[in-house]
Design a protein around this ligand. Structure first.
Ligand code: GUN
Length: 285
């Protein structure tokens, strides 16, 4: 039996349509959600991501501002810029595209962003709020994964979720979100001995390791939900995930493709967070 495909593009389209209509309502009250994106340096992949973010803002009727800074930008200059955006009434969300040039202390920069404008959900205040299950900005990729699971009507409570990867952007917050939804969570990572022993017992398997074909059919339980967060390039330069899709699709119950799975959800949740930040700004007037 073949797995059912989780169509991230379609789920994202529906969610974006809803966000777009909420934006229109806010505009009628005189507020246009505004996202500022800081791009420092010449990372080509970052440039493409940032362009997509701006395009989506445009599509949903939001304002976007791109602040391009040279590779040589100093920490002080970045801090000054972020403080300016923190004060701006037209900007509701601030996103500093990562990675930053290597001479910049990323953690210090993230802490400068106002927690109320932290649409990435990377500020320690938002991370702490998420850990204690309070209202918070939730990192976009993990939020997108949970949104996808909700949209297929998956039960999370009581399920065993295995997360592979422990990055601050995806793995760690994804596990925490599942824990908040009453799942039993196991984290695996590059130092895990005998990965298969854990993944075989997953009802929901989240692969966010950044390693092509890490997950084969032997790693997957019959009928499991497999979420592939990988964004790798194979030998031919083609975009592919962490999961050997062709083999695993015969064993999983549900599976996300790459591309067209988690990717479109990440950008959609950024729009969701920007709308949330704009709404939050009204309650603070
Ligand atoms: N670089 C790769 N993913 C992300 C993300 O979600 N947010 C930011 N700011 N930078 C990234």
């Amino acid at each position: 039996m073949a797995a059912e495909l989780i169509d991230g593009k379609e789920i994202a389209r529906k969610k974006q349509a809803h966000i777009g209509s909420e934006v229109q309502k806010l505009k009628a009250e005189g507020i246009t959600p505004g996202l500022a994106v800081i791009l420092a340096g010449n990372n080509q992949a970052s440039r493409t991501y940032v362009k997509n973010k701006q395009k989506t803002c445009d599509k949903l009727g939001m304002n976007s501002m791109l602040i391009e800074l040279p590779e040589s930008v100093t920490e002080q200059e970045l801090i000054r810029k972020i403080n300016e955006l923190n004060e701006s009434e037209d900007i509701h969300g601030i996103l500093v595209q990562l990675p930053l040039p290597s001479h910049i202390n990323e953690k210090a920069i993230i802490e400068i962003i106002s927690p109320d404008k932290d649409v990435d959900g990377f500020h320690p205040i938002n991370i702490g709020r998420m850990m204690t299950a309070q209202d918070a900005f939730i990192p976009c990729t993990p939020a997108g994964i949970v949104e996808m699971l909700n949209s297929i009507g998956a039960d999370i409570s009581g399920k065993h979720v295995v997360v592979i990867g422990r990055s601050n952007i995806v793995g760690k917050p994804a596990g925490q979100l599942f824990l908040n939804e009453d799942a039993t969570v196991t984290y695996c990572h590059s130092k895990t001995a005998d990965l298969k022993e854990y993944t075989k017992r997953a009802d929901i398997l989240v692969a966010a390791a950044g390693k092509t074909k890490l997950i084969t059919k032997d790693h997957v339980k019959n009928g499991a939900i497999v979420i592939d967060v990988g964004m790798n390039r194979n030998e031919e330069g083609k975009l592919c995930g962490d999961v050997d899709f062709e083999a695993v699709k015969h064993k999983a119950g549900f599976i996300t493709p790459v591309p067209g799975g988690v990717g479109p959800m990440t950008i959609t949740m950024l729009m969701h967070n920007t709308l949330k930040a704009a709404k939050l700004s009204i309650s603070k007037i």
